[in-house]
Design a protein around this ligand. Structure first.
Ligand code: HEM
Length: 382
């Protein structure tokens, strides 16, 4: 290549970059109707504002949505990254979740970021596989399954584990970490719906919760991939197998091994007794003819993720709020006493006040904040 050709190529390249940058910054600026929206610069988008607000992300997003006339904000990070639409506008939520649902699939970047942890589980899949998992999972939420679940699993976990643990602490004036207790409670419950397996984490002495810790680690590192100011840093770390990515790899492989052992046991159980009266999700998937262990593992991991932190976060905030509002606590107690003669599943049905106070608590402290406050969210059965 001659010198003139080289100079000409460089000039063309520079002009193209200039046009791209000017165009993209113009289109970015014009797509933001909110005067308080974070500044978006060529190439780096709003990375400066994202970095500045990294420790108050949820509050920052809520403030942005509230200050937007359309209750909707579009945020850009690096120029190669997708735009993020954050909305608190009911019409937009309806458009995304209902009328144009098919247009709002989980994107390939998000799928890649979650793949090491969730594989092709319900939270990370689109199309027919999503539909299939959704249909089979929805059986878990039929009145019959819920009743059975509450009457067997939850009631036993409550009467034999949660209440004795709380009573023992009250009798000895011991201080408990309620969040930890409720996470154990939720984990025992969700493992029993998902696998029909009891990890027995809510026992006196509060045993080391190895699987739950590994689960937390995988959840934290995977969501960190989204929240990082430099969106592709995780890929470099993954390639080099260092730091958090190395830990994620180890955690995912421990989780999968754990799930696979349970799947093997369940398969043996089902082959010995095909008429097993079991309501757990794993048995349902295996009985539907799906025996591919990787696929079934993915499904089960997504389900644990769906049910564990959500329930425990909701309960932790609820009890904290009750402790701050004694009038509400009195009303809830009154309602519980009134219903205490009814069978366990029936008693909750008429607890209007308790139900309303739980809803209010979840409105104030959403258990899945970045899904419930702003981002595109898909409907949960719960
Ligand atoms: C207070 C409790 C709960 C809250 C606040 C909650 C919230 C949510 C939210 C916001 C989503 C949408 C996530 C997204 O689109 O990315 C979701 C999805 C889901 N949740 Fe829940 N959830 C709760 C309890 C549960 C429980 C106990 C289970 C299972 C036993 C469960 C199973 C699921 C499943 C399977 C999905 C995926 C649905 C789909 O993609 O079609 N959730 N949940």
């Amino acid at each position: 290549m001659s010198m003139t050709e080289l100079v000409a190529s460089i000039a063309i390249l520079l002009v193209s970059i200039f046009i791209f940058v000017t165009k993209s910054s113009k289109s970015r600026a014009s797509s933001i109707p909110n005067p308080k929206a974070p500044k978006s610069y060529p190439l780096i988008g709003s990375s400066v504002a994202i970095f500045a607000n990294r420790n108050r992300r949820i509050q920052w997003i809520s403030d942005l949505i509230q200050s937007s006339p359309s209750a909707t904000v579009v945020i850009h990070r690096f120029f190669l990254d997708d735009s993020h639409v954050l909305t608190g506008n009911p019409a937009n939520v309806q458009h995304m979740l209902k009328t144009q649902f098919q247009n709002y699939e989980k994107g390939s970047k998000s799928r890649r970021a979650l793949f090491d942890f969730l594989g092709n589980g319900i939270f990370n899949i689109n199309g027919d596989s999503w539909k299939f998992q959704r249909q089979l999972s929805s059986h878990e939420f039929s009145t019959k399954s819920l009743r059975k679940f509450v009457e067997t699993v939850v009631d036993t976990e409550l009467s034999q584990r949660l209440i004795p643990t709380l009573s023992a602490a009250a009798a000895s004036n011991a201080v408990l970490d309620l969040q930890d207790i409720l996470q154990r409670f939720a984990f025992d419950n969700i493992c029993q719906i998902s696998f029909g397996y009891d990890p027995a984490y809510l026992l006196p002495g509060l045993p080391e919760a190895e699987f739950a810790k590994t689960f937390d680690e995988a959840t934290e590192i995977s969501s960190g991939r989204f929240n990082s100011v430099f969106p592709y840093l995780w890929k470099i770390k993954k390639f080099l197998n260092i730091g958090s990515e190395k830990r994620l790899k180890e955690a995912s492989s421990r989780l999968r091994q754990f799930a696979k052992n349970i799947i093997k046991e369940k398969k043996q159980e089902l082959s010995k007794n095909s008429s097993l009266e079991s309501v757990d999700l794993l048995s349902r998937f295996l009985s539907s003819g799906h025996s591919d262990e990787d696929f079934v593992t993915d499904i089960v991991i997504s389900f644990i993720l769906a049910g564990r932190d959500t329930t425990s976060a909701a309960l932790t905030w609820y009890f904290w709020l009750l402790s701050q509002n004694q009038e509400v606590e009195k009303e809830v107690l009154r309602e519980i006493k009134e219903q205490s003669e009814s069978p366990v599943y029936e008693e909750v049905k008429d607890m209007v006040y308790t139900h309303a106070s739980l809803c209010e608590s979840m409105r104030l402290y959403p258990p899945v904040p970045d899904r419930q406050q702003g981002c595109k969210t898909r409907r949960c059965f719960a």
